[in-house]
Design a protein around this ligand. Structure first.
Ligand code: AMP
Ligand code: GLY
Length: 425
């Protein structure tokens, strides 16, 4: 099977490496990729927002399966275009990807499916925002204001400051998007991914992401600064409960609407004092959670994704998991997330990648003519390590990060720290 992966982040690098480990996969290619992906497989330029260009490339490359990483091409209909070209595709249709593309739409389907989530109101003008801030926000809890459109994890403001909440809401409206004002959800967050074929739901292993830019959850929201899996503190029946109460009802509701969800359904959850609540859905693998989830996958990824793309999941063997723990640390460019600086040289990549249990996955990286690698995006690297415990995995990941130099870069030092301590390993 020839697989073409679309995207250029560390998530796609992790997908490429996991596909290369699968015996059922003969060739892996990627478009547009990055410096690290290009060192592993052939890469091709493509505009990820051009659905027809993706379908044309897939046909030219003789792909048997296209795996679409990021949300933008999905929302732009890339999976529809690939399927229309007669090629199997892992990724939802544009209609189904609206679960991620519009928070208001996701809320509507959750209500239909009876899926537990935060109370919310969609607002289109300042009077509606004023009213919603007062009625939806429970006394003594922060305000939660979300841009309705795609914002790469950066359109959400959680703040105690009413004026800041108001300003953010009005800025979104001024930019032409409705805003969603939500009830604040307390409790730890979990990301649970499910492979879906429109009918059947196969959950993967849960992971936790660190969304804020700096240690101790300070600073602005980002695309994600690190992740780990498994979650030693999570209830043993979490995956079963979320599959039964959240994932399967959503897939059933989408099928009933005539827009079946085939691809990866990402449930962002809060384990609140009042039970599990959905924070958001995404329609694709999460970044950086994918790096740790796939590091623990023992069975073949290509066969699983192909089964999802062809509606054959019910008959496919369950994924197998290693008992290892995995931790990933995101190295971000100077100025990320507000204004990442491009062009800084990166050194120490080879030494870091040679450490035991370590995978240096690339995100925003480019190769210069002299072969050197420079930063070309906000999140630059996702340094991933496995170990027999979370403690060992994080020691290895941080030791590798410390071998890498990128001027002005920043990364969190507390990824998986609490979980590694509380699990006693
Ligand atoms: P989203 O883009 O909806 O995933 O939101 C990004 C991040 O904002 C989430 O991962 C949470 O950390 C935070 N967040 C979003 N919605 C809420 C909420 N209702 N209560 C508390 N935190 C939230
Ligand atoms: N890690 C958050 C996301 O992929 O949206």
């Amino acid at each position: 099977m020839n697989v073409l992966v679309i995207g250029s982040g560390a998530r796609e690098h992790a997908l490429v490496r996991a596909l290369l480990r699968d015996d059922q996969v003969s060739t892996v290619e990627c478009a547009p990729g990055n410096a690290g992906i290009a060192a592993d497989v052939s890469v091709f330029p493509v505009d990820v927002n051009d659905a027809d260009a993706i379908a044309t490339l897939a046909r030219d490359r003789g792909a048997d399966l296209v795996v679409i990483g990021p949300e933008a091409p999905l929302v732009a209909g890339a999976a529809d275009a690939v399927r229309a070209a007669g090629i199997d595709c892992f990724g939802p249709s544009a209609e189904a990807a609206r679960l991620e593309g519009s928070k208001a739409f996701a809320k509507e389907v959750m209500a239909e499916a009876g899926v537990p989530t935060a109370m919310a109101r969609v607002c289109r003008n300042d009077a509606q925002v004023e009213e919603a801030l007062d009625t939806i926000t429970r006394p003594g809890t922060p305000f939660v204001v979300k841009d309705d459109g795609l914002a790469a994890g950066k359109g959400v403001l959680v703040t105690e400051d009413r004026q800041a909440a108001m300003d953010h809401a009005l800025a979104c409206i001024a930019a032409g998007n409705p805003v969603v004002i939500e009830e604040y959800l307390d409790g730890p967050e979990v990301s649970l991914f499910a492979i879906c074929d429109g009918t059947t739901v196969v959950p993967l292993q849960p992971a936790q992401d660190f969304k804020r830019a700096y240690d101790d959850d300070a600073g602005p929201n980002t695309g994600g600064m690190g992740a780990y899996s498994p979650l030693p503190w999570a209830p043993g029946d979490l995956v079963d409960e979320v599959t039964e109460r959240v994932l399967q009802p959503m897939v059933d509701a989408m099928a009933a609407r005539g827009t079946p969800f085939s691809g990866l359904l990402y449930a962002g959850l809060a384990l609140t004092s009042r039970g599990v609540r959905v924070v958001e859905f995404n329609a694709r693998f999460g970044d950086p959670e994918t790096q740790v989830v796939l590091a623990r996958l023992r069975s073949g990824l290509g066969g699983l994704l192909k089964a999802a793309a062809t509606g054959a999941l019910a008959a496919h063997p369950e994924p197998q998991w290693s008992d290892d723990a995995a931790v990933t640390i995101v190295l971000a460019a100077h100025g990320y997330p507000e204004s990442p600086r491009k062009g800084d040289p990166i050194s120490g990549l080879d030494a870091a990648g040679q450490q035991v249990g370590v995978d240096v996955l690339h995100a925003g990286t480019s190769v210069m003519e002299d072969g050197s690698v420079t930063a070309s995006g906000g999140r630059v690297l996702s340094v991933t390590a496995v170990g027999s415990s979370l403690h060992e995995a994080r020691e290895r990941a941080y030791a590798a990060v410390d071998l890498i130099t990128l001027e002005g870069s920043h990364h969190r030092r507390d990824i998986a720290a609490r979980a590694a301590t509380s699990s006693g390993d």
